[in-house]
Design a protein around this ligand. Structure first.
Ligand SMILES: Cc1cc2nc3c(=O)[nH]c(=O)nc-3n(C[C@H](O)[C@H](O)[C@H](O)COP(=O)(O)OP(=O)(O)OC[C@H]3O[C@@H](n4cnc5c(N)ncnc54)[C@H](O)[C@@H]3O)c2cc1C
Length: 388
């Protein structure tokens, strides 16, 4: 397996690392407390072209290759999981329009996504449909002027700030994807606050009551909304979260190394206690393994291999569990300081728990990976599972 970054990838990683160190990490705890990202930051982020990560170059985007996209997510995840989650959901919307949109949809949305002129969000989850996305109840009906949508969407990352929602509904009983502008008549956006983690990711609940959208809001064909549009966007989202978890785990390791080097108990530094070394060793090993799994998924994605799907499940499963274990150990290494309000490791622990729930929960990953392991023994293909 190739593990060497190209010169361009290595340079991009340096750029993302330095941006995160200077412009993201120092503010992450304040953003977490404020439960939002400031507009000035979003402007700077857009001006650097970072919102165009998943937008094709032909539409003004950066069109990052999978490994470079992963490195962006890793470095941002190291500084602030809420900023990384913006790249995830905006990237999912960008990717879906680029892959499934018609010419007019691409020409309208992609240049805006590339420059931050519009922010996209992904709206699938409903009160009765989380892991089980097929339980979605939001309906769409055709009218003379387009479609009318009725239903509710929950926990929509950057829903408070988005200009357009990639939203899923049933049209004539079949699952369909729509691009619903924020100003669509009949759409109400309510902020969701007080979340456990990724608190600055400006979640919202959407309520649609006969919400009117134009005929060109339909993305892809009815019937392919979940199996194609949502599934491929979620695969990108899972890939992005997996890399973000590598960054989060790395941040836990970095903080623990610093603290264990400074703090003394019983006349020696924490780093000299073997039980503390056990925690550091597990963080270092878990993070390195998660990074390798992400790289493997990235190379397969780059080669457009169908195996990238399974590799991404493995990467996200391992990386999210590593992030949570590392964050828990990082708090342990820091003792009471790590429990204190505003300490980064406290935020890491809260953010890491969210990573085990989104983009395929730990349990859904476990059952999917186990099923796939049986299929690989019998050389049969497992049914692809779509889960948010
Ligand atoms: C911070 C945050 C941001 C989010 N952002 C978005 C977003 O941008 N867009 C969006 O559409 N959604 C978003 N979500 C929703 C997210 O996708 C769902 O939370 C996720 O799909 C899980 O669904 P649920 O919360 O309804 O849990 P449930 O599906 O009710 O599951 C509850 C528990 O039961 C377990 N479980 C469920 N089914 C099984 C099974 N078959 N076998 C074993 N265990 C099972 C799950 O693993 C979980 O632990 C977000 C959620 C959070 C917390």
């Amino acid at each position: 397996m190739r593990v060497q970054l190209t010169e361009r990838q290595a340079a991009a990683r340096e750029e993302y690392e330095s941006f995160t160190r200077q412009a993201v990490a120092p503010h992450a705890d304040a953003w977490d407390r404020a439960e939002r990202l400031p507009e000035e930051f979003l402007e700077e982020f857009a001006a650097r072209g970072l919102l165009g990560a998943a937008v094709p170059a032909g539409y003004g985007g950066a069109e990052l290759d999978p490994i470079t996209f992963g490195l962006l997510n890793e470095e941002l995840g190291r500084g602030c999981s809420s900023v990384r989650s913006l790249v995830t959901v905006h990237g999912m919307a960008s990717y879906a329009v680029a892959r499934w949109g018609g010419d007019r949809q691409r020409e309208h949305w992609l240049p805006r996504f590339a420059t931050g002129g519009a922010i996209g969000a992904f709206a699938l989850t409903e009160p009765g449909a989380g892991s089980d996305v097929k339980a979605l109840r939001t309906t769409a009906r055709r009218t003379d002027d387009g479609f009318r949508l009725t239903g509710q969407k929950r926990w929509i990352t950057f829903g408070q700030r988005a200009d357009v929602y990639l939203l899923f509904a049933r049209l004539d009983g079949r699952e369909a994807a729509f691009l619903v502008p924020r100003d669509a008549p009949g759409l109400t956006v309510r902020p969701v606050t007080g979340m456990l983690g990724t608190k600055a990711s400006m979640l919202a609940e959407l309520s649609l009551v006969d919400c009117l959208v134009a005929p060109e809001a339909l993305l892809g064909r009815p019937g392919f909304g979940l199996a194609a549009v949502a599934a491929s966007a979620l695969e990108l989202g899972r890939y992005s979260v997996a890399w973000g978890c590598v960054g989060l785990a790395q941040a836990c390791l970095d903080a623990s190394l610093d603290h264990a080097d400074r703090r003394e108990t019983f006349g020696v530094r924490l780093r000299d206690h073997q039980l503390v070394q056990r925690m550091i060793a597990d963080m270092a090993t878990g993070t390195a393994a998660a990074r390798l799994l992400c790289q493997q998924a990235g190379w397969l994605r780059q080669d457009r291999s169908t195996e990238s799907l399974h590799a991404t499940w493995l990467a996200k499963y391992h990386a999210s569990r590593t992030a949570f274990r590392s964050a828990s150990d990082a708090v342990q290494v820091h003792g009471a300081q790590g429990c204190g309000d505003g300490h980064p490791v406290q935020r890491y622990l809260r953010d890491a728990k969210v990573m085990e729930i989104i983009e395929g929960s730990t349990e859904l990953q476990q059952t999917t990976i186990a099923e796939s392991a049986y299929h690989s023994r019998t050389r049969t293909t497992p049914t692809e599972r779509v889960t948010a």
